[in-house]
Write a protein that binds this ligand. Structure first.
Ligand code: TRP
Length: 379
């Protein structure tokens, strides 16, 4: 049980964007290739996606393949990582049921991420129970695979805490059974969350402010040229702000000194470019053109790999099917351990049947002795 097991997941509600890339995908590929783990799972959380998309199951279904294509084109290698689909692992829902005994309604209502999500959905008066309970189901995702490390963004911290609490409660009630996970936050600060191209705090499909990994060159150029920058930087000669300026936040996340050599040799590095912008005299268009080049260079190999993969969708489903089988092997082992801890392993514990038989035999013996005594004294 001292294995190093990594698990992450995404909800299949849309194609993945560059925010996902810097926030998590890039790190996953690095982790995968460093090879410093025993098992690495990447789950497509379709069941969790249904908690707030239950009216549109086709949307979830269609996006499973999109997310799988995004993973593979970014460099997730199915020989090293196990990609699987949440709904295909029934043991997850079994563990969720046991976990539900160990959490209170008020604890679920306190989850800050769920609170924020609820506001955007106007659920105030009638919250679907499945939605409120998704942190419990997510805890099962993590615990079922004996996960020790969950690479994820800050917004997932409350889920990991919930999981730690449930694991602790389970272990203290039923004996050491489950592994307590820790979150692995992104290292680079600017990588924690990319703002949208409109300057809104979050890149999100519903806000229509994303640059997708699968966007073509023209689309990327158009989106970058339309980006929100410093609203006080009106004329080239104006002094500009680089902080909280999405164009510079993207450059923080993507531009390397090498990119400067290739596309903008007038500047040695990002610090030099920022200084010029802040001092005044540098126009947004120059910065945006550079950013578009940097992004396109980064996305080009990803796009090309995706294009190749899209020619054989059956093979991609095959990879998922194989992943499901591998994940299920692990799931079955853990659920056996869990059932044993919960005393519901009726058909795998012969010694217990023998013990129970002994107890009944003893009772029978006593009864017979008593009957014999009665028969004797009545005479
Ligand atoms: N809640 C995560 C998200 O919205 C997805 C997710 C489901 C997840 N199960 C998980 C993340 C387990 C990490 C571990 O992105």
């Amino acid at each position: 049980m001292d294995k190093k097991i990594i698990l992450t997941a995404d909800r299949p509600t849309g194609k993945l964007h560059i925010g996902h890339y810097v926030g998590s995908l890039k790190r996953r590929v690095e982790l995968q290739n460093e090879g410093n783990y025993d098992e690495l799972y990447i789950m497509i959380a379709d069941t969790q996606a249904l908690t707030d998309n239950f009216k549109d199951p086709m949307k979830v279904k269609d996006n499973v393949i999109e997310v799988a294509l995004d993973y593979l084109s970014c460099g997730i290698d199915p020989t090293k990582s196990t990609i699987f689909i949440q709904s295909q692992i029934p043991e997850l829902f079994e563990l969720t049921t046991y976990f539900l005994d160990l959490v209170t309604l008020s604890r679920l209502e306190r989850n800050p991420t769920v609170k924020t999500e609820m506001k955007t959905k106007d659920y105030d008066t009638s919250i679907p129970v499945g939605f409120l309970c998704y942190p419990v189901s997510q805890s099962a995702d993590i615990a079922l695979f004996d996960t020790s490390i969950v690479p994820a963004g800050e917004d997932q911290s409350p889920m990991i805490e919930q999981c730690q609490e449930l694991v602790h409660k389970f272990n203290s009630l039923y004996g050491e059974t489950l592994v307590s996970p820790t979150i692995m936050l992104p290292e680079n600060n600017s990588c924690r969350r990319l703002p949208g191209i409109d300057g809104k705090a979050k890149m999100s499909k519903s806000l229509n402010n994303c640059i997708y990994l699968s966007d073509d060159e023209t689309t990327v150029n158009k989106k970058v040229m339309s980006m929100y920058t410093d609203p006080e930087h009106l004329k080239i000669t104006d002094k500009g702000h680089t902080e909280n300026n999405p164009v510079f936040i993207y450059l923080d996340a993507f531009a390397t000194d090498e990119d400067f050599k290739t596309y903008l040799p007038e500047y040695k590095n990002l610090a030099a470019l920022k200084k010029h912008y802040e001092d005044g005299g540098l126009g947004d268009t120059t910065v945006k053109k550079f950013l578009a080049k940097v992004l396109n260079a980064k996305l080009e190999p990803i796009r090309n790999r995706r294009y190749e993969l899209e020619k054989d969708i059956a093979s991609v489903y095959n990879i998922l099917d194989e992943g499901n089988k591998k994940a299920r092997e692990h799931a079955k082992k853990t659920i056996t351990r869990i059932r044993r801890a919960l005393k519901i392993d009726y058909f795998s514990d012969n010694t217990f049947v023998t013990k129970q038989q002994k107890r009944f035999n003893n009772e029978h013996k006593k009864r017979e002795e008593y009957l014999a005594y009665l028969a004797k004294t009545r005479k």
